[in-house]
Design a protein around this ligand. Sequence first.
Ligand SMILES: Cc1cc2nc3c(=O)[nH]c(=O)nc-3n(C[C@H](O)[C@H](O)[C@H](O)COP(=O)(O)O)c2cc1C
Length: 235
Amino acid sequence: MTSMLLQLLDRFTHNAPLPDPLPLDPFPLFKAWYDEAGRAKQQPNPNAVYLATATPEGRPSVRAVLCRGIREADGSVEFFTNRSSRKGRELAANPRAALLFHWDHPDRQVRVEGPVTLTSDAESDAYFNSRRWESRLGAWASDQSEPIASRRALLDKVSAVVNKHGIDVAKLIAGVDVHIPRPPYWGGFRVWADRVELWQGGVGRVHDRAAWTREVVVSGGSVSSGPWTGTRLQP
Ligand SMILES: Cc1cc2nc3c(=O)[nH]c(=O)nc-3n(C[C@H](O)[C@H](O)[C@H](O)COP(=O)(O)O)c2cc1C
Protein backbone atom coordinates (compact mmCIF):
# COMPACT_ATOMS: atom_id res chain seq x y z
CA MET A 1 0.00 0.00 0.00
CA THR A 2 1.35 3.40 -0.88
CA SER A 3 1.99 5.90 1.88
CA MET A 4 -0.59 8.23 0.26
CA LEU A 5 -3.24 5.52 0.55
CA LEU A 6 -2.25 4.84 4.17
CA GLN A 7 -2.62 8.56 4.82
CA LEU A 8 -6.10 8.47 3.27
CA LEU A 9 -7.19 5.46 5.35
CA ASP A 10 -5.88 7.24 8.42
CA ARG A 11 -8.67 9.81 7.93
CA PHE A 12 -11.22 7.09 8.73
CA THR A 13 -9.60 6.14 12.03
CA HIS A 14 -12.00 6.46 14.96
CA ASN A 15 -11.24 7.97 18.32
CA ALA A 16 -12.76 4.97 20.03
CA PRO A 17 -13.29 2.07 17.66
CA LEU A 18 -15.03 -1.10 18.76
CA PRO A 19 -12.51 -3.68 19.97
CA ASP A 20 -11.09 -6.04 17.39
CA PRO A 21 -11.70 -8.90 17.96
CA LEU A 22 -15.13 -8.14 19.44
CA PRO A 23 -15.79 -9.08 23.08
CA LEU A 24 -17.86 -12.24 23.59
CA ASP A 25 -20.53 -10.37 25.61
CA PRO A 26 -21.65 -6.85 24.50
CA PHE A 27 -23.06 -5.82 27.91
CA PRO A 28 -19.87 -4.64 29.67
CA LEU A 29 -19.11 -2.33 26.73
CA PHE A 30 -22.75 -1.20 26.47
CA LYS A 31 -22.75 -0.41 30.20
CA ALA A 32 -19.42 1.45 29.87
CA TRP A 33 -20.90 3.57 27.05
CA TYR A 34 -24.05 4.24 29.13
CA ASP A 35 -21.97 5.32 32.14
CA GLU A 36 -19.77 7.49 29.92
CA ALA A 37 -22.87 9.21 28.45
CA GLY A 38 -24.05 9.80 32.03
CA ARG A 39 -20.82 11.65 32.81
CA ALA A 40 -20.92 13.77 29.62
CA LYS A 41 -22.07 17.20 30.75
CA GLN A 42 -23.65 18.03 27.35
CA GLN A 43 -26.06 15.07 27.59
CA PRO A 44 -29.19 16.26 29.46
CA ASN A 45 -30.99 12.87 29.60
CA PRO A 46 -28.33 10.19 29.14
CA ASN A 47 -30.74 7.50 30.31
CA ALA A 48 -33.50 8.43 27.85
CA VAL A 49 -34.25 5.53 25.55
CA TYR A 50 -36.74 5.08 22.72
CA LEU A 51 -39.00 2.11 23.34
CA ALA A 52 -40.73 0.43 20.42
CA THR A 53 -43.61 -1.97 20.97
CA ALA A 54 -46.12 -3.47 18.55
CA THR A 55 -49.59 -4.93 18.55
CA PRO A 56 -49.89 -8.65 17.81
CA GLU A 57 -50.93 -7.60 14.28
CA GLY A 58 -47.57 -5.85 13.88
CA ARG A 59 -48.61 -2.19 14.18
CA PRO A 60 -45.58 -0.50 15.77
CA SER A 61 -45.44 2.46 18.18
CA VAL A 62 -42.51 4.24 19.80
CA ARG A 63 -41.96 6.68 22.68
CA ALA A 64 -39.20 7.81 25.05
CA VAL A 65 -38.85 6.31 28.51
CA LEU A 66 -36.07 6.49 31.10
CA CYS A 67 -33.80 3.50 31.49
CA ARG A 68 -33.62 2.65 35.20
CA GLY A 69 -31.02 -0.06 35.12
CA ILE A 70 -28.80 -2.14 32.93
CA ARG A 71 -27.92 -5.55 34.37
CA GLU A 72 -24.67 -6.80 32.91
CA ALA A 73 -24.94 -10.16 34.69
CA ASP A 74 -28.02 -11.35 32.79
CA GLY A 75 -28.10 -8.89 29.88
CA SER A 76 -31.31 -7.00 30.65
CA VAL A 77 -32.57 -3.40 30.67
CA GLU A 78 -35.33 -2.04 32.89
CA PHE A 79 -37.82 0.84 32.66
CA PHE A 80 -40.95 1.84 34.57
CA THR A 81 -44.37 2.98 33.46
CA ASN A 82 -48.12 2.66 33.78
CA ARG A 83 -48.79 -0.94 32.73
CA SER A 84 -52.30 0.02 31.54
CA SER A 85 -50.88 2.58 29.08
CA ARG A 86 -50.73 1.95 25.35
CA LYS A 87 -47.19 0.56 25.64
CA GLY A 88 -48.23 -1.56 28.64
CA ARG A 89 -51.18 -3.02 26.76
CA GLU A 90 -49.06 -3.70 23.69
CA LEU A 91 -46.43 -5.43 25.82
CA ALA A 92 -49.08 -7.53 27.57
CA ALA A 93 -50.38 -8.74 24.20
CA ASN A 94 -46.99 -9.00 22.46
CA PRO A 95 -44.18 -9.19 25.04
CA ARG A 96 -41.25 -8.13 22.85
CA ALA A 97 -39.63 -4.70 22.67
CA ALA A 98 -36.91 -2.81 20.86
CA LEU A 99 -34.93 -0.04 22.56
CA LEU A 100 -32.75 2.68 21.07
CA PHE A 101 -30.25 4.72 23.06
CA HIS A 102 -28.70 7.64 21.18
CA TRP A 103 -25.97 9.86 22.56
CA ASP A 104 -24.64 12.81 20.58
CA HIS A 105 -21.72 13.10 23.04
CA PRO A 106 -19.96 10.97 21.99
CA ASP A 107 -21.55 9.96 18.72
CA ARG A 108 -23.01 6.55 19.59
CA GLN A 109 -26.17 4.50 19.46
CA VAL A 110 -27.14 1.20 21.04
CA ARG A 111 -30.01 -0.99 19.91
CA VAL A 112 -31.44 -3.65 22.20
CA GLU A 113 -34.19 -6.13 21.27
CA GLY A 114 -35.76 -8.98 23.13
CA PRO A 115 -38.59 -10.52 25.11
CA VAL A 116 -40.03 -8.56 28.01
CA THR A 117 -41.09 -9.59 31.52
CA LEU A 118 -42.52 -7.64 34.47
CA THR A 119 -40.21 -6.49 37.25
CA SER A 120 -41.05 -7.91 40.68
CA ASP A 121 -43.32 -6.01 43.10
CA ALA A 122 -40.28 -5.39 45.32
CA GLU A 123 -38.33 -3.85 42.41
CA SER A 124 -41.32 -1.73 41.35
CA ASP A 125 -41.91 -0.57 44.95
CA ALA A 126 -38.24 0.30 45.43
CA TYR A 127 -38.17 2.47 42.34
CA PHE A 128 -41.62 4.02 42.94
CA ASN A 129 -40.67 4.99 46.49
CA SER A 130 -37.48 6.65 45.25
CA ARG A 131 -39.43 9.04 42.99
CA ARG A 132 -40.33 12.60 43.93
CA TRP A 133 -43.76 12.99 45.50
CA GLU A 134 -45.03 14.91 42.47
CA SER A 135 -44.28 11.89 40.26
CA ARG A 136 -45.87 9.50 42.75
CA LEU A 137 -49.07 11.59 42.82
CA GLY A 138 -48.97 11.92 39.05
CA ALA A 139 -48.83 8.14 38.67
CA TRP A 140 -52.13 7.90 40.55
CA ALA A 141 -53.75 10.85 38.77
CA SER A 142 -52.98 9.82 35.19
CA ASP A 143 -54.77 7.04 33.35
CA GLN A 144 -51.85 7.19 30.97
CA SER A 145 -52.69 7.22 27.24
CA GLU A 146 -56.44 7.81 27.87
CA PRO A 147 -58.22 10.96 26.63
CA ILE A 148 -59.16 13.72 29.09
CA ALA A 149 -61.48 16.70 28.57
CA SER A 150 -59.09 19.46 29.69
CA ARG A 151 -55.94 20.32 31.64
CA ARG A 152 -58.23 21.47 34.48
CA ALA A 153 -59.85 18.03 34.59
CA LEU A 154 -56.38 16.46 34.92
CA LEU A 155 -55.43 18.77 37.83
CA ASP A 156 -58.78 17.94 39.45
CA LYS A 157 -57.71 14.29 39.33
CA VAL A 158 -54.51 15.24 41.22
CA SER A 159 -56.63 16.92 43.93
CA ALA A 160 -58.89 13.87 44.10
CA VAL A 161 -55.84 11.61 44.69
CA VAL A 162 -54.67 13.85 47.55
CA ASN A 163 -58.12 13.63 49.18
CA LYS A 164 -58.57 9.91 48.54
CA HIS A 165 -55.26 9.00 50.21
CA GLY A 166 -55.65 11.58 53.00
CA ILE A 167 -52.30 13.08 52.06
CA ASP A 168 -50.99 15.82 54.34
CA VAL A 169 -50.42 18.62 51.82
CA ALA A 170 -48.69 20.91 54.34
CA LYS A 171 -46.06 18.21 55.00
CA LEU A 172 -45.49 17.63 51.28
CA ILE A 173 -45.05 21.34 50.59
CA ALA A 174 -42.69 21.64 53.58
CA GLY A 175 -40.54 18.88 52.05
CA VAL A 176 -41.45 16.19 54.59
CA ASP A 177 -41.71 12.85 52.82
CA VAL A 178 -45.15 11.30 53.02
CA HIS A 179 -45.85 7.70 52.09
CA ILE A 180 -47.74 7.42 48.82
CA PRO A 181 -48.36 3.78 47.86
CA ARG A 182 -47.56 2.45 44.39
CA PRO A 183 -50.65 2.16 42.16
CA PRO A 184 -51.36 -1.49 41.34
CA TYR A 185 -51.11 -0.78 37.59
CA TRP A 186 -47.72 0.97 37.84
CA GLY A 187 -44.43 -0.93 37.62
CA GLY A 188 -41.44 -1.97 35.62
CA PHE A 189 -40.63 -4.02 32.57
CA ARG A 190 -37.37 -5.83 31.91
CA VAL A 191 -36.15 -6.32 28.34
CA TRP A 192 -34.00 -9.47 28.06
CA ALA A 193 -31.66 -8.72 25.20
CA ASP A 194 -31.47 -11.34 22.47
CA ARG A 195 -29.91 -8.81 20.09
CA VAL A 196 -27.62 -5.89 20.92
CA GLU A 197 -26.04 -3.56 18.40
CA LEU A 198 -23.31 -1.07 19.28
CA TRP A 199 -22.68 1.77 16.81
CA GLN A 200 -19.86 4.26 17.00
CA GLY A 201 -20.11 7.20 14.59
CA GLY A 202 -17.12 7.64 12.29
CA VAL A 203 -15.63 9.95 9.69
CA GLY A 204 -17.24 9.88 6.23
CA ARG A 205 -20.06 7.66 7.53
CA VAL A 206 -17.56 4.80 7.77
CA HIS A 207 -18.97 4.10 11.21
CA ASP A 208 -18.02 1.17 13.40
CA ARG A 209 -20.87 -1.22 14.05
CA ALA A 210 -21.33 -4.68 15.52
CA ALA A 211 -24.26 -6.87 16.55
CA TRP A 212 -24.52 -9.72 19.02
CA THR A 213 -27.33 -12.27 19.23
CA ARG A 214 -28.20 -15.03 21.65
CA GLU A 215 -31.20 -17.21 22.39
CA VAL A 216 -33.45 -16.13 25.28
CA VAL A 217 -36.28 -18.38 26.47
CA VAL A 218 -38.97 -17.03 28.78
CA SER A 219 -41.00 -19.82 30.29
CA GLY A 220 -43.43 -19.16 33.13
CA GLY A 221 -41.51 -17.19 35.72
CA SER A 222 -38.02 -18.12 34.54
CA VAL A 223 -35.71 -16.79 31.86
CA SER A 224 -32.74 -18.64 30.40
CA SER A 225 -30.25 -17.52 27.81
CA GLY A 226 -27.58 -19.03 25.58
CA PRO A 227 -24.13 -17.67 24.70
CA TRP A 228 -23.65 -14.51 22.64
CA THR A 229 -22.39 -14.52 19.05
CA GLY A 230 -21.02 -11.23 17.78
CA THR A 231 -20.26 -9.96 14.30
CA ARG A 232 -19.10 -6.68 12.79
CA LEU A 233 -21.55 -5.07 10.37
CA GLN A 234 -21.03 -2.68 7.48
CA PRO A 235 -22.19 0.77 8.49
C1 LIG B 1 -37.15 12.02 27.99
C2 LIG B 1 -38.48 11.36 28.30
C3 LIG B 1 -38.53 10.38 29.26
C4 LIG B 1 -39.74 9.73 29.55
N1 LIG B 1 -39.74 8.74 30.48
C5 LIG B 1 -40.88 8.04 30.70
C6 LIG B 1 -40.86 6.91 31.57
O1 LIG B 1 -39.81 6.53 32.15
N2 LIG B 1 -42.02 6.24 31.76
C7 LIG B 1 -43.18 6.61 31.13
O2 LIG B 1 -44.20 5.97 31.35
N3 LIG B 1 -43.22 7.66 30.30
C8 LIG B 1 -42.10 8.38 30.05
N4 LIG B 1 -42.11 9.45 29.17
C9 LIG B 1 -43.38 9.75 28.46
C10 LIG B 1 -43.54 8.78 27.28
O3 LIG B 1 -42.69 9.17 26.21
C11 LIG B 1 -44.98 8.63 26.77
O4 LIG B 1 -45.50 9.90 26.42
C12 LIG B 1 -45.91 7.99 27.80
O5 LIG B 1 -45.26 6.95 28.50
C13 LIG B 1 -47.15 7.43 27.11
O6 LIG B 1 -46.78 6.49 26.12
P1 LIG B 1 -47.82 5.43 25.52
O7 LIG B 1 -49.14 6.13 25.36
O8 LIG B 1 -47.25 5.02 24.21
O9 LIG B 1 -47.92 4.27 26.49
C14 LIG B 1 -40.93 10.11 28.87
C15 LIG B 1 -40.87 11.13 27.91
C16 LIG B 1 -39.66 11.74 27.64
C17 LIG B 1 -39.64 12.83 26.58
